[in-house]
Design a protein around this ligand. Structure first.
Ligand code: SAM
Length: 282
């Protein structure tokens, strides 16, 4: 298998356009979670013109929301996937957001930015994809100014995140024993997260559960399965000689949502998807 970071860059980049469409546009699925960053930042950021870095921003969030919130601030939007950074640029241009800049950056190595550069660092649902998340956390701390704060989230345990539970179920039905290149739920324990944040040297932090209910139509099924994590496995299995794997995955998805009671007429409703949102200061 390729290096995990390269897989992240390739697969999130390849799916960046549909990610932007599904997750960040309008009432996209990530936006209820993103709103917590602007609310939380108002409380932890002291400057009215803060310097902010958003890492693993995907198609630009929460960076874009923070740029709209702190209109005199400067927000640097970064991601490891160049395709995602391109989507973020388009989203900013469409929303006429100007107090932003962009960079392709690996969150585990922010050496392009000196110690104490930023008032706020954000990272929504990115940390659990990083093979050395402990390095990323210590970079988060390093680039913050004294008195600065970090806000980041990860998905909770699969038992409390309906959609990730279904993704696990699909994999177990179509390819028992295979792994996704990254498990979105791998940091979803408060104890694990607590230990990692403390080890990175943050002096005070709070971990809060935020529920993100998710709804898809039946017609969206092929698109739902095109997310970076599931589609990488499907592409791998196809290349290994399983041409009908996409149909199998769709059938497994339908069977899983029916079995778990998530299917309501033409809609799949996943009522509980718990994100763990950390606010930490130095
Ligand atoms: C689920 S998306 C989250 C995007 C966005 N923050 C949001 O909330 O919608 C995960 C993002 O993490 C990025 N990513 C994964 N590993 C990374 C790394 N080592 N450094 C920076 N970004 C990374 C991926 O490219 C992807 O855009």
């Amino acid at each position: 298998m390729k290096d995990l970071k390269q897989l992240n860059a390739d697969n999130w980049g390849r799916t960046s356009e549909q990610y932007a469409e599904r997750a960040h546009k309008g009432s996209g699925m990530m936006m209820p979670l993103i709103r917590n960053y602007t609310q939380g930042a108002s409380q932890v950021v002291k400057s009215s013109s803060p310097k902010v870095i958003d890492v693993a921003s995907g198609a630009g969030e929460p960076g874009i929301s923070l740029a709209k919130h702190f209109t005199s601030g400067n927000i640097l939007i970064t991601d490891i996937a160049p395709g995602m950074v391109e989507q973020a640029k388009k989203m900013c241009a469409n929303a006429d957001v100007k107090n932003v800049s962009f960079a392709v950056a690996d969150a585990e190595d922010l050496s392009a930015y000196p110690d104490g550069s930023f008032d706020l660092l954000t990272c929504n649902c990115g940390l659990m994809f990083m093979p050395h998340y402990d390095r990323a956390l210590s970079e988060f701390r390093r680039v913050l100014k004294p008195g600065g704060a970090a806000m980041f989230s990860v998905w909770g345990p699969p038992g409390k995140t309906n959609l990730i539970g279904v993704f696990h179920d699909i994999r177990d039905r179509i390819a028992p024993g295979e792994s996704y290149f990254a498990d979105p739920g791998c940091l979803g324990s408060k104890d694990k997260l607590h230990g990692a944040v403390e080890k990175a040297g943050f002096s005070a932090f709070d971990i809060r559960e935020v529920n993100v209910p998710i709804k898809f139509t039946k017609e969206a099924t092929p698109m739902v399965l095109e997310n970076a994590v599931v589609s990488e496995l499907l592409n791998r299995l196809k290349a290994a000689g399983k041409p009908d794997i996409y149909q199998q995955a769709q059938d497994a998805y339908m069977a899983s949502v029916e079995e778990h009671g998530y299917l309501h007429g033409d809609e799949m409703i996943f009522p509980e998807n718990i994100a763990l949102l950390v606010t930490a200061s130095i």
